[in-house]
Every structure is written in C-alpha cells, then in structure tokens.
Design a protein around this ligand. Structure first.
Ligand SMILES: [Zn+2]
Length: 280
C-alpha cells in the first residue's frame, strides 16, 4: 500500500536541512562528472547545487522556483510533494495502520540554527517502529506557521521528528502547536535558541516521549522533504492532536523562524489515511 515513489540518485546523498551548499559536494561532483559526458548534446549546461541559496520567502530563491535553482532540486517540482492540505472529509480509514511503537529515551541537547530552521540533534538509540520497520530518530525541528494545514487552516507552528530507516526510506512524525499553556521544552530552551546561524550545546537530557501528544491518532500519506532537495522518500505521520505553547512563546519562536514554511502542494491523486487511537 505504501508506495515508495520515484527516487533520484540524489536521495542517496540526502542530508536534511543543511545550510546552503555545505555538504553534498561529493555526490554533486560525481553527478557533475556523469553529466559532463551526458550533456554534450544538450544546449544548457546542468547546474549543480553547490553554493545554491534557497529561501522560504517569495522571490527568485523562493519555493515556487526551488525546482529550477539547480539540477539536484528538480524533485521540488515532482508529483508527490509535501506539505499538503489535509481535507478531513476525504480522509480514508487506514485499515492496516498501527499505533507507532516508540523506543525513545532521553537525549542530550544540541540546538542548531542552520539558517532555515532551529533543530535539535539527538543522540542515536531512539527509534520508532512503523509498519513493522524500525526508524532511527535523527533530529527534530520547527516551522512557523505550520506546513501542513487541516481543512485549509494553519496552526501557529509545526514540529518535525525526522526518522530514517534507509537512504530511501524516511518517516517524519509531525505535530502541530496551538496557543495554550506554556510548553515545558520552550520554557527550558527557548532563550537558548540561536537567533542567527549558530549552536547551543548542553548536557541536560530531554525526555523525548514527553514532547509528543498523549493520543497518537495520526494522518498518513507518502510525500517528500519540505525543503530542497525535496526528495520523495518520506512517509508522513501527522498527529491529529496538537501540543500547546503560550502566546509569548509562539511569538518568540515565530520571530526567530520568520515564516519558514513551504506552501501546501497538490495531492495529485494521493490518498490520506487516518489511524484513530482510541482513548484509553
Ligand atoms: Zn520540517
């Protein structure tokens, strides 16, 4: 049922949310070498992705133009892109979907502002079992506003927990943040968030499971990374139930992240399934 969609060689070099052009060089060099021989008959030379800058804001480097910025970003114009608008009346019950089985523990704090998001890198050893497969948690990071919408409605913020099973098989667990009571993680660390590119390290431990909503009902669909190279290698699990943060906390993080959300993408015939976790 889960289709693993079209993959590009670029997916092998996948690195999430790196700042512009500081990795992927080797892979691009390889591609460039191949392209040099293949391109002889073509008019325009292929443009590699080294040093390509992209932005969440309108303009030449903005989301509408990501697919044209360089050869390796062509997936951004694909048919299975993320995020999407979840239309609840069209959602189908996922008969085969199961509750995620978490093997999360505690992790040290390493907070990075890479110029596109604020990201918590976590220690190895935290995983979740989805669809019978183990996915390792790599990092989690934030978007303001939310990237996914529900019935056209945006939330103030969205968290992405990025997991990897293999180079071509990722799972992102997404969680909305709504205005409400203070968020304990923000209370502890929001003041430490690097406002510009930078890093904050601490030996304090985070209880990862405490960051998720209690009820794990989720929407499921197959899509892509929401930032270049937009590789279509992601199974999305979007929690129905949000977590809370105070108005002041939301305003603070929104200021740092400055609208780092990609507009919603066409479904192109994909279906969205729902897993309903019954109240215990
Ligand atoms: Zn994200």
């Amino acid at each position: 049922m889960k289709q693993k969609l079209k993959l590009t060689a670029f997916a092998l070099a996948i690195v999430f949310f790196v700042s512009c052009g500081d990795t992927q060089n080797k892979e691009n060099d390889k591609k460039e070498a191949i392209n040099k021989t293949e391109d002889i008959k073509q008019d325009a030379p292929k443009k590699d992705c080294n040093d390509v800058h992209w932005s969440h804001h309108k303009g030449n480097e903005g989301p509408e133009n990501w697919k044209n910025l360089c050869d390796g970003f062509s997936d951004c114009g694909g048919n299975s892109q993320s995020p999407i608008n979840i239309i609840t009346k069209n959602v189908i019950t996922g008969e085969e979907l199961q509750s995620p089985v978490f093997s999360y523990g505690e992790s040290k704090v390493d907070i990075i502002n890479n110029g596109h998001t604020v990201q918590f890198n976590v220690d190895g050893g935290n995983s979740v079992n989805l669809d019978g497969k183990d996915y390792q948690l790599l990092q989690f990071h934030y978007h303001t506003l939310s990237e996914h919408t529900v019935d056209g409605k945006y939330f103030p913020a969205e968290v992405h927990f990025v997991h990897k099973h293999s180079d071509t098989d990722f799972a992102v667990l997404a969680e909305f943040i709504v205005e409400g009571k203070e968020n304990p993680l923000f209370s502890k660390y929001l003041d430490k968030f690097p406002a510009d590119k930078g890093e904050f390290k601490s030996d304090n431990m985070i209880d990862l499971l405490s960051l998720l909503p209690e009820n794990k009902s989720y929407y499921f669909y197959t899509g892509s990374l929401t930032t270049p190279p937009c590789s279509e290698v992601v199974s999305w699990y979007v929690f129905k139930n949000p977590v809370e943060a105070s108005a002041e906390q939301i305003s603070k993080i929104s200021k740092i992240l400055d609208d780092n959300y990609r507009p919603v993408q066409d479904l192109n015939g994909r279906s969205v399934e729902f897993y309903n976790e019954r109240e215990k």
